[in-house]
Design a protein around this ligand. Sequence first.
Ligand SMILES: [Zn+2]
Length: 263
Amino acid sequence: MTVFGEINMKYIIAFLFLQNTLAFTFNNTAGAAFGKDTVSVNVASHTCNNLGVTNDELLSLAGEAVYRFWNNVPTSRLTLTQGSIVSVATAFQTGLICQTGTNCTPTEALKVSSDILISCNTNATNFSNSVSVLGVTVPNNITGKTINGALVLVNDQSGNSFQNKSREEKIAILAHEIGHAIGLGHSKHNDQLMHFESIPTRKRLGWDDLNGISWLYPMEQPIGGCGTVDFNQTNHKTGGFLVTFLIGLLIIVGLKIKGSVLS
Ligand SMILES: [Zn+2]
């Protein structure tokens, strides 16, 4: 391999690294995340006029959304739980989530004191005056880099698109909005949950979603968990041979590659 070839290889490796690790974005400029490991998802108690689901059904859908999507990431410390139906001010049903402006300045009256609140909302401005915008989410109570509370508004305008979606798609839509609530922005890849478009067949997180939640909520190994278990030679004879064989193979391949780079 020539020096030029070696440089090209480095570019290819760097390109692959960037493509696979840095595509996710944040839903706030601070890259903020919830400070606690367990966050509950609650639903506002007021009646949703045009959503086609009751508050209890909405809470059930949200519960399935967190268990099916966000709670199955071994590299994330975050656990989301199905909360309860909570009574909130009327402003959550009719108010603006943000004050006008390019960057969202959260409306004080709609700040969520803790955890995640899902509320149906009929204010067209929140949804860019469109019935096709399914929901809008803002972590609207942030201190420094810590999210204290986040608000999910589901579009409850007459003729909204949410009401005609299948149960599976409603779950995926709520999972997407909850992704915003925990701090994630949109992924540019259309096969990811955090892509801005809703896709009916979405059943699980994609690699970019996994990277995003693992970055914001890294699983930390508990202190004292670093002990090494003795390798049992009797019970692992086949495995031991396989490991030794693979290591030997890697050394041989490594030496060959090294030799070609240097020549
Ligand atoms: Zn979105």
